[in-house]
Design a protein around this ligand. Structure first.
Ligand SMILES: Nc1nc2c(ncn2[C@@H]2O[C@H](COP(=O)(O)OP(=O)(O)OP(=O)(O)O)[C@@H](O)[C@H]2O)c(=O)[nH]1
Ligand SMILES: *[C@@H]1O[C@H](CO)[C@@H](O)[C@H](O)[C@H]1NC(C)=O
Ligand SMILES: *[C@@H]1O[C@H](CO)[C@@H](O)[C@H](O)[C@H]1NC(C)=O
Ligand SMILES: [Mg+2]
Length: 375
């Protein structure tokens, strides 16, 4: 359920964001754009790469092995904990899109996740990359298929490049970046179709460098998703930069008209629009953290939605993020009770943090609720 106060929080955040825009821009524009050049052919059949030309997904046999092979710093399970790996588990994994430069940030994040949660639960990690992993990442590896990370044929690349230039001139965050656009489109419409992610019913999106501040050993967010039938879980909600989505909402409105069958009866429209759907209030779940029932993204409703958006070229002509795309989809196409706020998961990514406030939860956390966004 979405806490009611979030609507107020969203409003407050508009103001907060205006103040932090300067800081943010400095942060965003300092990031180097990365290459999207694919050096390897798509692999129709998964092959375990053991030598050079290592590509993409890392699927450890077991999370403990992952810890051993890719992050030596990760703690070993005690025998007791290992024995308890027979606790009921969801068919689920951590899914990470990352770049070669993220290796050390990822190791830190994995060590943290193992310590607060996964040493007891033992879920696997999937690492995805659009270019071959370096020798540092040697384990079981696959590549993102080229058709998941490329322009749709109808997109006019000259026009897209002109638009990027224009957005750069206006200092839109990541306005100039082509790879960022591929990333957002991939996260919006393809990651859950990757053959390695296909194996899982649930996934928890993780980014290199994020940290988790609360002890989660006694809860399993995946099992909670499963038993409560939640479809989308979040910890932080923020307003999107309006310059990145000038025509997104109009496109959504056309979709709603053409596909009333995909709109949930008990949706959360009032969470994303203050005027019954006329305009978008730009509120979105911050999707660098999300725990999802992948069957939602694989549903006809969501796939139709993604296709409808993609057919406009908006991911490239503008700079639609996966966060507003996922959030609008969840708000319109899920029953409101299927969206869950994971208050108990203390989470930090860059400058934004969620830290639970309640005294009982605080006992399990090492974070300061004063640092919360919008509190
Ligand atoms: N393989 C690959 N991964 C990418 C690419 N661009 C972004 N990513 C990854 O996608 C995730 C999100 O990208 P970020 O650049 O962190 O974007 P963000 O989280 O919106 O913005 P920040 O606040 O700057 O972190 C990170 O895990 C990146 O490493 C890319 O071109 N190739
Ligand atoms: C492992 O399971 C046993 C029996 O259910 C329990 O007594 C013990 O506390 C558990 N150990 C850990 C580390 O969770
Ligand atoms: C692509 O966009 C450019 C710039 O607007 C335009 O000059 C060109 O005619 C377009 N190409 C096609 C095939 O529409
Ligand atoms: Mg990031």
């Amino acid at each position: 359920m979405i806490p009611r106060r979030l609507t107020t929080v969203a409003r407050i955040l508009f103001y907060l964001l205006a103040f932090s825009a300067g800081y943010l821009l400095a942060h965003f524009t300092s990031k180097p754009a990365s290459s999207t050049h694919l050096q390897t052919q798509e692999q129709a059949h998964p092959v375990i790469a053991t030598n050079t030309g290592i590509n993409s997904v890392v699927i450890p046999q077991s999370p403990t092995e992952a810890a051993a092979t890719t992050t030596r710093a990760t703690k070993k399970l005690t025998q007791d904990e290992a024995a308890n790996n027979s606790t009921p588990r969801a068919n689920a994994a951590f899914v990470v899109l990352l770049q070669n430069k993220d290796l050390h940030d990822m190791r830190k994040t994995m060590q943290n996740l193992e310590a607060v949660f996964n040493r007891k639960h033992g879920y696997p990690y999937v690492f995805l990359n659009d270019v071959p992993f370096t020798e540092h990442f040697k384990t079981h590896i696959r590549l993102i298929p080229r058709e998941h990370w490329s322009y749709p044929s109808f997109v006019n690349k000259t026009q897209a490049a002109l638009n990027r230039q224009d957005m750069e001139n206006r200092n839109v965050p990541y306005g100039e970046s082509e790879s960022y656009r591929h990333m957002c489109r991939y996260m919006s419409g393809f990651i859950f179709r990757h053959e390695m992610v296909q194996e899982y019913d649930y996934y928890w999106r993780v980014e290199p460098g994020v940290s988790f501040s609360c002890d989660l050993l006694d809860i399993d967010p995946f099992m909670l998703m499963k038993t409560k039938r939640y479809k989308y879980g979040f910890t932080i909600a923020l307003p999107e930069f309006v310059d990145t989505i000038p025509t997104l909402w109009d496109t959504v409105k056309r979709f709603r008209k053409q596909h009333p069958e995909h709109i949930s009866r008990r949706n959360s429209l009032e969470w994303i629009s203050y005027d019954k759907g006329d305009t978008y209030n730009n509120c979105h779940f911050w999707s660098n953290f999300e725990i999802v029932d992948a069957s939602f993204f694989r549903s006809k409703a969501y796939l139709d939605f993604f296709q409808f958006l993609d057919d406009t070229g908006g991911f490239f002509y503008e700079r639609w993020g996966d966060a507003p795309v996922h959030s609008i989809a969840a708000a319109l196409m899920l029953d409101r009770r299927e969206i869950h706020f994971f208050n108990e998961i203390g989470y930090r990514h860059g400058m934004y943090e969620h830290c639970p406030e309640s005294p009982e939860l605080q006992l399990k956390c090492a974070c300061d609720p004063k640092d919360n966004v919008g509190e």
